[in-house]
Design a protein around this ligand. Sequence first.
Ligand code: SF4
Ligand code: SF4
Length: 303
Amino acid sequence: MKWRQATRSNANLNKVAIVNQIIPFSCVDGPGSRLVIFLQGCNFNCKNCHNPHTIDLCDSCGDCVPTCPKKALTLIADDNNNRVIWDESLCSQCDICLSVCPKQSTPKTQQYSVREILDLIRSQVHFINGVTVSGGEASLQLPFIIALFRAMQSSPDLSHLSCMIDSNGSLSLNGWQQVLPFIQGAMIDLKAWQQDTHHYITGRGNHRIFSTLKMLAELGKLYEVRLLHIPRVSDFDSEVDAVAHYLTQLPSNVRVKLNAFQHHGVTGEALMWPSCTEAQMRQLANDLTQRGVNNLILPDIYL
Ligand code: SF4
Ligand code: SF4
């Protein structure tokens, strides 16, 4: 029996995620100072995405390899499968590889096992209050997240760190039930109020997001709901009565973060959309406040 438990534990520590980026300290991705792991891959296709190369998984087609001016990319045959290897030490971050990729992907990802991430967390443990898993859409790599947070909570030197997920809210309720015992809270994006508008912006409806918000709020695990204000595109201003009524029904400790649409990193049609000015954001905030919404968090900068 002990042998079987040890085998399972090793299997969990060896679980691997495809990681786009790790930030050792962030103060905008959950409470306090946090190490943030951005996982590759998303199931939405938001027109406003600031990191569109995080959406698809690389299929190792190799198109980007010869375009790299620093020879930081290598295509290798691994067990009869092609694989692109990125050498970060050679990379100048010119992003030519991103511009030639026929998918919305990047060769600049790395695989990390739970064991390797635990080592990274240990190297930062005296400077952070917790760990946030973000994306892309974090929940697409749910087994890795569960294995990581489970391992943190069973490690005496890491169990004091809070575990949070930053998500688009599309995970099924069954999926949330699996991960809820291992997280202290979640930050959930709501990109639009009406189905049609949400579908137009993200390519998906918002039924699941409302189900997620309801369940997390009922269980005391909704840390923050994030509304993206895109003037003349998203609909939180035109639907402000219904939006405010909904937000006032959430537990009073839930933060309502207003994000202002900006052009940084976006491509295609969204470049034609107007960016959100500070005045437009303050107008929406005032409209919500007048209707009883508290706990509003506004952007610090508008770039
Ligand atoms: S970003 Fe890095 S890997 Fe990509 S083309 Fe430039 S140097 Fe090469
Ligand atoms: S990053 Fe894009 S271009 Fe490069 S190998 Fe992967 S799918 Fe092909």
